[in-house]
Write a protein that binds this ligand. Structure first.
Ligand SMILES: [Zn+2]
Length: 351
């Protein structure tokens, strides 16, 4: 009873999953998917008025058996060996790793589980996971495109397995096609995958006629766009075709592959989305989740390589997540706030 009154008077917070170990995934000098990506996003959020109104959560580590829900045992062993042997990159593709990348990779997956637990247990209304390495290019048997394990695909499987969630909608607004996520669910009608991406561009997949196979026919929707497009095309297609597809599919959980390399000024993409546009995309997904999924949205960081642009876009994204349905009161002392202190020497990288 007390809890009901509390919930009625005070909106739940947005959970933010973070851990300084995400900066331990060292990709080498000059690599665009750098540890600073994690640091600038956390530092940017710390400087906003949202800081004490967010529920900062430490990720848990995923078990290898949980990772096997989307990846082959052979690939998991290969990735572990490649990382721990110190060879500097995955043998399966273009993903730079260091000897210290195994724990971050397990916690990038586990962080999405922590976010889903927070929603399902009523601690948070939605969540943003500031994880590294990213995940959407990792296929069931191959890490590539800076990704080791497919964090978002594993999040969908975790929600289905742990909480009996039936249908999951995954949307991907990263400038690159989420080929790994598409592969994971290409023949599965319980997960709808919707992606906007630059085309032709890395990784080369994601044509309009890739729509699923077998039972999964019709639950993959790709909307490729040429370089240079922005709000009209991307926010436009989320507002009409994605919405219509979601109305037919009726998801019980909404997951976002939140890549911010579709923002203007990114070195690895040529879309022109602004921070306000990311706010509008976020709003569309929250409204979709309100309609069918009891508001459940978990957003998972993918790309975004202009450090200033990444931090600005993440702030805009988190503000819309946090303000949706009303801001909660400020926490006196944010949980695990001490772990937000960035490694020394990183303070200059703030916006
Ligand atoms: Zn990308």
């Amino acid at each position: 009873m007390h809890q009901e009154i509390f919930a009625e008077n005070n909106p739940l917070p947005t959970a933010v999953v973070h851990a300084t170990l995400y900066a331990n995934h060292d990709t080498g000098m000059g690599h665009p998917e750098s540890p600073l990506r994690y640091t600038v996003v956390v530092n940017a959020l710390k400087k906003t008025d949202l800081y004490r109104r967010l529920l900062w959560l430490d990720p848990r580590e995923a078990e290898e058996s949980e990772i096997a829900r989307c990846h082959t045992e052979t690939y998991i062993e290969t990735a572990k060996h490649d990382i721990q042997s110190g060879q500097g990159h995955l043998s399966t593709g273009d993903t730079a790793v260091s000897r210290w990348s195994w724990k971050p990779a397990l916690h990038a997956v586990g962080g999405t589980f922590t976010a889903i637990d927070a929603l399902m247990e009523g601690q948070a209304k939605n969540a943003f996971c500031i994880v590294r390495p990213p995940g959407h290019h990792a296929t069931p048997n191959r890490g590539m495109g800076f990704c080791v394990f497919n964090n978002i695909a594993l999040a969908a499987r975790y929600a289905q397995h742990r909480y009996g969630i039936g249908k999951v909608l995954i949307v991907d607004w990263d400038v690159h096609h989420g080929n790994g996520t598409q592969d994971a669910f290409y023949e599965d009608d319980s997960v709808f995958f919707f992606s906007t991406h630059q085309w032709p561009w890395y990784p080369g997949t994601g044509a309009r006629d890739e729509t699923g196979r077998g039972r999964g026919r019709g639950t993959t929707m790709n909307r490729p766009f040429p370089a240079g497009v922005g709000r009209n095309e991307i926010v436009g297609v989320f507002g009409d075709e994605m919405r219509s597809a979601a109305e037919r599919f009726k998801p019980e959980l909404v997951l976002i592959s939140a890549g911010f390399d579709s923002r203007h000024g990114d070195p690895l993409g040529h879309f022109q989305l602004t921070d306000d546009d990311f706010g509008d995309l976020t709003r569309i997904m929250l409204e979709t989740a309100d309609q069918f999924a009891d508001g459940r949205v978990v957003s998972i960081l993918e790309g975004g390589y202009n450090l200033e642009g990444l931090s600005m876009a993440c702030k805009a994204h988190c503000r819309v997540l946090a303000e949706h349905g009303g801001l909660p009161p400020a926490f006196d002392s944010p949980p695990s706030a001490q772990t937000l202190i960035p490694p020394s020497g990183f303070d200059e990288f703030e916006w």
